[in-house]
Write a protein that binds this ligand. Structure first.
Ligand code: S3P
Length: 426
């Protein structure tokens, strides 16, 4: 149990956040299947990224931490070997889905499993396209749930339209497509984060992107390279919201990845009236990076429509906290996908905010949140979901009497030093 006391004064200070979780997974995956030595700098120490590292160690890839970097000795796709045991993806959907794309084309059988949350998450979305490419993937009771048994082999490129925008599904198909025969073309209803496309290019892959469509040639080998992982905007979002909600605050968050396919949260907060400045904008390893200066003030409610989902899905928990403290009503719609994350984030946030005295209408694809000036203090449930836990912790800063989280260890999934960073700027 962890208690977050209300903030007695504005937040001040400078901080950094862990390396971007999404980019970290991709750096480890591509480094592992490339040829030569790659170094990954600023990999988050989070549990999810560690699962991907362990998975590739299980598959026979040699890697070791050296100072600030992870050194990976890649020997190409063909050097991956039968792990001889179940690969445990823990809580990480990205590990399970992207790894499925890699293993679909490997000539051995592998089994991927995860924790209770991951075992509930939909895997048909990858089983279907990888199956069309020729992979045989068996799920628990045929219900599209993990554990998954992947019987990999020679794949054929496909043309595929994703029913729902998803960077994990897109990346799984691209990783399989790089190893397949012929071309793979896919299109999404909305453009999801494009870290796989950007990083595969940095590893020498030929990939073309046209709007929401991506085309990749099969039979490509990758060349090792170094990757500097920028700070995770999804982790920074908790501090951005904390600062904008407490009048008089001024917080600078250094070296944050600001890829436009991820930056919806900043756009939404600015629409709500937040003052956020982008300083020292630069490109690092193909990804836009900036220092963010955030000022506290008063927000107003807005409508967050379906067009924002792909670019800000992971930030909806903390955005719902911003809505709870804004003037007027904030609505979120078209975000059914939130129900399939590490927890059902619509239900979890609606329940948490209600316990803090907020009027919330829960809808199938979102919610309407009636903002108020202060929240009540109370005990809340995190459902073991890192982003729900951190969002409710931020709510605690603006509550009368503080918020008690039933389980806060889960923040270590993406942001092990979260509570220490929070203390630093109080
Ligand atoms: C991720 C993609 C997103 C996001 C998840 C990480 C990724 O999911 O919610 O936390 O690293 O590719 P989708 O696959 O639904 O886009």
């Amino acid at each position: 149990m962890t208690r977050i006391e209300e903030a007695k004064r504005p937040l001040r200070g400078e901080l950094t956040v862990p390396g971007d979780k999404s980019i970290g997974h991709r750096a480890v995956i591509l480094g592992s299947v490339a040829e030569g030595e790659s170094r990954v700098f600023n990999l988050s120490g989070g549990e999810d990224n560690r699962r991907t590292v362990q998975a590739f160690k299980d598959l026979g890839v040699e890697m070791r931490e050296e100072g600030q970097s992870l050194r990976i000795q890649g020997r190409g796709w063909n050097a991956l070997t039968d792990p001889g045991r179940v690969i445990d993806c823990g809580n990480s959907g990205t590990t399970m889905r992207l790894l499925s794309g890699v293993l679909a084309a490997r000539p051995f059988v592998s089994v991927l499993d995860g924790d209770a949350s991951l075992r509930q998450r939909p895997m048909r979305r990858i089983i279907e396209p990888l199956g069309k490419m020729g992979a045989e993937i068996v799920s628990r009771n045929g219900k599209g749930l993990a554990p998954l048994e992947i019987r990999g082999g020679i794949l054929q490129g496909i043309r595929y339209t994703l029913p729902v925008a998803s960077a994990q599904v897109k990346s799984a198909v691209l990783l399989a497509g790089l190893q397949a025969k012929g071309e793979t073309w896919l299109e999404e209803p909305q453009k999801s984060r494009d870290h796989t496309e950007l990083m595969a290019r940095a590893f020498g892959a030929r990939i073309s992107v046209e709007g929401r469509a991506v085309l990749v040639e099969g039979g490509q080998s990758l060349k090792a390279t170094d990757v500097h992982v920028p700070g995770d905007l999804s982790s920074a979002a908790f501090f951005i919201v904390a600062a904008v909600l407490i009048p008089g605050s001024e917080v600078v968050i250094r070296s944050v990845g600001c890829n436009p396919t991820r930056s919806g949260v900043v756009e939404i907060l600015m629409r709500m009236g937040a003052r956020i400045e982008f300083l020292n904008q630069r490109i690092e390893a193909g990804e836009p990076v900036a220092d963010l200066r955030v000022f506290g003030g008063r927000l107003r409610g807005v409508d967050v429509g379906p067009e924002m989902v792909a670019r800000s899905i992971d930030e909806y928990p903390v955005l719902s906290v911003a809505g709870a403290l804004a003037e007027g009503v904030t609505t979120i719609s078209g975000a059914r996908e939130l129900r399939y994350k590490e927890s059902d984030r619509i239900a979890a946030m609606a329940q948490g905010l209600r316990r803090l005295g907020v009027e919330v209408e829960e809808r199938e694809d979102g919610m309407a949140i009636h903002g108020k000036e202060r929240l009540n203090g109370n005990r809340v449930e995190t459902y073991g979901d890192h982003r729900v836990a951190m969002a409710l912790a931020i709510a605690g800063l603006s509550s009368d009497g503080g918020v008690e989280l039933d389980d806060s260890d889960c923040v270590g999934i993406s942001f092990p030093g979260f509570f220490a960073s929070l203390e630093k700027c109080r």
